[in-house]
Structure formats: structure tokens, C-alpha cells
Design a binder for this molecule. Structure first.
Ligand code: FES
Length: 579
């Protein structure tokens, strides 16, 4: 990555360590008088501040129309206040973002994954162009977190992340039960099959999201937040502190002290993003029953940090790490419930003690993970959100890396243990999710026959943007179609459950074998042997592929066209700079 000119670490000015190593290139001397004039206009008070104070970018992934992100500008204001109290200058800026729940339409969802890379691009751009000395990023929704961390790995200036926090649980008076965002999709499926009324569904929709915060189960946002805390990239407890709690505002104020330590010790993101910290990230993802999107995002962060994490590392970790957390979507509890029993610091304390999490990794406090959590309360022996090792929810990890003649480059499945060990069924093939939804709405899928629904041309290039098949999987669950499995070269959400395989590589648009799967072929998904295969011989696959022609790319102009042109495969994180 581009090396920027900076004052060497350890340089002193008037006997003090120089902390404004990047910004001082424009704020000291008279080489850039115009820059200084503009910085005075933006709020720097005097020449002393101009010349000596570190400038810290405060990047909120803020926009109003989404609970996951609506409060992040306010959190950023609190961070700025803390920075000023601690002798630094905070410059707030925003990135774009999208809400995965609102992108839900097949068109909108295509912009979701690529927003990760735009977030990374925009934070990298502002940090480097404006000579920021450090960065504090405040993400909320799913793609925000990897975007922020990819930016940190690129600019590699002292940085930390503050997760925007989880939403509170909702409640339906009409159904007399707690609800959350995925209740909406499942209630919709139930309504389509006559199990709920539209009034029931309206009540669920109105009451699922009672305020600010990311989706409160172990969906993608909380998966990424807990993993990044396990990597040492946040303050202790950031991933479990609820969005609208006073503790979240206290965390924002405390961030300034941490960033000062990072500046003083010259601890940079690439000192924290390491093979060891990725090991922690993968372990905690298995323990918590996290989203399969973690595979994609960890691979992308690893690539950005020039590390060599591979898709096979996930299988290695899954083989030895159990699922312990009873959290939604497949379990009972929400992140707010975990916060009530000590949150992630208590979980890390337990796992470090059990030898599953490496407590020696360095964190943004300048201390080790173990030092950060040793004074945290321990998990109460009476709680049942985090199971003991002697009674896991699943003895090995729920994330499976499948390979076979349908996915020679790999595919990702989430196996909770409730689905059974394998699924064999006849393929029913759809070019795109909309075709499948139309088929479901016509009631064309019959519950008595084992069917593998294949949704293709939804990969990074083909979608483009690898849209999540959230609507399909939730409708399937809501409709109680238990004899179906779903395979796709697109993604599926952390909210999905059931026998579902995504991220198939190579994707259909790139001429992967999934492109020549036909209705009636028999597909086997085996989570014990990690196979995803079709009963089609190699000879027949070659013959069908010879006749296959790549369809025209769906988009020719604009951001999605650029994305489709540049994006690499999902087994390498679907990054745009795989050169
Ligand atoms: Fe934003 Fe779930 S839609 S965290």
C-alpha cells in the first residue's frame, strides 16, 4: 500500500513525543499556508493547537433512514467531545452506507456488498487526503464493520472501532410474543400460507424495531462486531453494549484515551490484524453461532492486510470449536440479553480461561485481551445463554466449507445441527431470486418431495453484488417447507436458517458448474463429508459447459458495472483489488 510521508515515530518537539505525525506536514511551517487557513476556518483555535495537536478522523457510517445507523452521528459527536477533552482535534466525517434490511428488494440488495468497499474507499480517502493522524470509525449495519476495518488496514494509522450497538427486542401485543426483524419475514411467509392474518403481520412489522441499533440477534452485524472485538480492534464490551444505553456514550468518551495510547505507542491496525487475531475471530464466530458472511469479510480484511487466511482455515476451526451461544436466529436470546449477564467481556474471560481464545493478543487499549477482561464479571453459572463446554449446542462449528463438482472453488453452509447431516434432492433451477419467489408464491414447490432449489446468476459478478437470498430463506421457513434445501452463488443472511448453501465458487456468471445444473439433477449436500455435488459425470459437465454461453452482464454503467468488472470470487472475499 502507498507509504505516506510522516514524521518518524519517536521524534520529539519541545521534549514531547510528536503525535501529529501526518497532519504536522501541513500544519507546521509555511509550506502549506492555504491548508492552515482552511483548518482555522474549520475550527482550530490557535497556532499552538494547529502545530501540536493530533488530528483524529471520526468516521460515522451515518444516515437517518435506518435504525442500525441513525444514531451514529450523535455517537461521533460524543467521540469528538472526548478527543477535545484529551488534547486532540476530532474531525467528523461520514461514509455512505446501506441497510441490508431495507435493500431487501432484489434490486437494492445488489448494492449491499459493494457498499463495504465504498465505505473502505471513502474512509481511506478522507484519512489519507486530509492527513489524519488516527481514525475512530463508528459502524452500525452489516457491511459497515468490514468496510471500516479494511480502511484501517489500508491507511494503517492508529485506529479503533466503536460498534453502534444492538437494538432492543420488540414485542407484539397481538401475538403476545417477543419479536425482532426476522419475525417480519417469517410472519410474511406464515401469512402467505394462511397461518397469520394481515393484521397480525402489520402488528409484527410495526413493533419489530423499537429504536436505534443493529439487528439484535447473532446476525451479520453482531457477528462482525464480536469477531472484531476478539481481534482487539474495539474497546472491551463494544460489541455487546446496546445502542441506546448510557454505556455506549461512555464508550465513545473513553475512545479518546485509547487512541492517545495507540498514538503514543505507535500501535497500528496491522499490528492488531494478525494471523493470531484472525484465529480468535474465527473461534468466536463458531462459539457464537455467527453469520456465514463472516467468511467473506474475514477473507477480504485478510487480503487487505496482506495476510494469507484461506477459506479452508474456517473448516479447520469449525472442526474443533463448538457452538455455545443460544442466540437468534437459530437460538433463543438476543444480544441485549447477553449484555445483561456481563456481555462479551464475560464471554472472553470464560473462553480465555478455557484455552479457546488467545488472551495474549494486543488490543486498542495497548493491553492484551486478557488484561482487558480480567476484572470483568464472570458468567453466572446459572445463565443459559452461553452453554458450558460440557453441554454445547453443537459439538463442532456450524460453518461448513463445502466442495465438490458443484463448487470446485468452495461454498459456505451454515449447519446448526437441526437440519440433519445430509440432504439429497432433485434440483429445481432458477436464474435469479425473483424467479424463485414467483414460483413459491404460486405454490409450485411441493412439500412432500425433497427439492434442492438452486438460485444462480446471483454471485459477485452475476448479481451483480452477490445479493442475499434473505427473502427466499425466510419465506421457506415461514411457509414451513422443510423438505427443501437452497443453494446459490449469492449470499444468504445471518437471519437465515435451514439447509442452505451459498457463496458457490466459481459462480454461474463466471462459468462455474452451477451454470449447467438442470432441473431433475440430483444434488447432495453432505455436512459430514463437506460435499456439494450433483450426480452429473465429469464428461457430461464438460459437454454441458461447452454449450453454455455467458449471459450478458446485467449492468453496463455506474457503480455496479465497475464492481462487476473488478470483483474477485467469494472464496477470496469478493474484493476489488485482487491484482
Ligand atoms: Fe442493519 Fe441488520 S439490517 S444490522
Amino acid at each position: 500500500f502507498l507509504e505516506f510521508r510522516s514524521v518518524p515515530y519517536g521524534t520529539k518537539r519541545d521534549g514531547e513525543l510528536v503525535l501529529n505525525r501526518y497532519s504536522s506536514l501541513v500544519t507546521n511551517g509555511y509550506e502549506f499556508p492555504g491548508a492552515q487557513a482552511m483548518l482555522y476556518a474549520a475550527g482550530i483555535k490557535n497556532q499552538e493547537d494547529m502545530r501540536t495537536k493530533p488530528q483524529v478522523g471520526v468516521a460515522s457510517v451515518w444516515w437517518e433512514g435506518n435504525p442500525c445507523n441513525m444514531h451514529l452521528l450523535d455517537l461521533g459527536k460524543t467521540v469528538k467531545e472526548g478527543l477535545e477533552k484529551n488534547g486532540m482535534i476530532g474531525w467528523q466525517f461520514n461514509t455512505i452506507g446501506v441497510s441490508d434490511a431495507i435493500t431487501m428488494s432484489n434490486q437494492g440488495m445488489r448494492f449491499s456488498l459493494q457498499s463495504r468497499d465504498i465505505i473502505a474507499d471513502s474512509i481511506e480517502t478522507t484519512t489519507c487526503a486530509q492527513h489524519h493522524d488516527a481514525n475512530i470509525s463508528i459502524p452500525g449495519c452489516d457491511k459497515n464493520m468490514p468496510g471500516c476495518i479494511m480502511a484501517m488496514a489500508r491507511h494503517n494509522r492508529p485506529s479503533l472501532m466503536i460498534y453502534g450497538g444492538s437494538i432492543k427486542g420488540g414485542y407484539s401485543e397481538r401475538l403476545r410474543q417477543p419479536i425482532n426483524i426476522s419475525s417480519c419475514f417469517e410472519a410474511h411467509g406464515a401469512m402467505m400460507y394462511g397461518k397469520l392474518t394481515t393484521d397480525d403481520l402489520d402488528d409484527v412489522i410495526k413493533n419489530s424495531c423499537p429504536g436505534p441499533g443493529g439487528c439484535g440477534g447473532m446476525y451479520t452485524a453482531n457477528t462482525m462486531a464480536t469477531a472484531l472485538e476478539a481481534m482487539g480492534l474495539t474497546l472491551p464490551g463494544s460489541s455487546s453494549t446496546p445502542a441506546d444505553s448510557p454505556a455506549k456514550y461512555r464508550e465513545c468518551l473513553r475512545a479518546a484515551e485509547a487512541i492517545k495510547v495507540l498514538l503514543e505507542k505507535d500501535i497500528k491496525p496491522r499490528d492488531l490484524i494478525t494471523r493470531e487475531s484472525f484465529e480468535n475471530a474465527m473461534v468466536i464466530t463458531m462459539i457464537m453461532g455467527g453469520s456465514t458472511n463472516a467468511v467473506l469479510h474475514f477473507l477480504a480484511i485478510s487480503h487487505t492486510a496482506d495476510l494469507d487466511l484461506t477459506i479452508d482455515d474456517f473448516q479447520r476451526v469449525a472442526d474443533k470449536i463448538p457452538v455455545l451461544a443460544d442466540l437468534k436466529p437459530s437460538g433463543k436470546y438476543m444480544m441485549a440479553d447477553l449484555a445483561d449477564i456481563g456481555g462479551m467481556p464475560a464471554v472472553f474471560k470464560f473462553l480465555i480461561h478455557a484455552g479457546l481464545i488467545n488472551g495474549d493478543i494486543l488490543t486498542v487499549t495497548g493491553k492484551t485481551l486478557k488484561e482487558n477482561v480480567e476484572s470483568a464479571p464472570s458468567l453466572d453459572p446459572g445463565q443459559d445463554i452461553i452453554r458450558p463446554l460440557s453441554n454445547p449446542i453443537k459439538a463442532t462449528g456450524h460453518i461448513r466449507i463445502l466442495k465438490g463438482n458443484l463448487a470446485p472453488g468452495g461454498a459456505v453452509a451454515k449447519i446448526t445441527g437441526k437440519e440433519g447431516k445430509s440432504f439429497i434432492g432433485k434440483a429445481r433451477v432458477y436464474n435469479g431470486e425473483e424467479a424463485l419467489i414467483a414460483s413459491l408464491e404460486k405454490g409450485e414447490i411441493h412439500p412432500e418431495e425433497n427439492t434442492v432449489l438452486c438460485v444462480r446468476y446471483e454471485g459477485p459478478k452475476g448479481g451483480p453484488g452477490m445479493p442475499e437470498q434473505l427473502k427466499t430463506s425466510a419465506v421457506l421457513m415461514g411457509a414451513n417447507l422443510r423438505n427443501v434445501a437452497l443453494i446459490t452463488d449469492g449470499r444468504y443472511s445471518g437471519a437465515s436458517h435451514g439447509f442452505i448453501v451459498g457463496h458457490i465458487v466459481p459462480e454461474a456468471q463466471a462459468g462455474g458448474p452451477i451454470a449447467i445444473l438442470q432441473d431433475g439433477d440430483v444434488v447432495t449436500i453432505d455436512s459430514e463429508t463437506n460435499q456439494l455435488s450433483m450426480n452429473v459425470s465429469d464428461k457430461e459437465i464438460s459437454a454441458r459447459l461447452k454449450k453454455w454461453k455467458a449471459p450478458r452482464m446485467k449492468v453496463n454503467r455506474g457503480t455496479l458495472a465497475k464492481y462487476a468488472y473488478l470483483v474477485g470470487d467469494a472464496s477470496h472475499g469478493a474484493v476489488l483489488d485482487m491484482f
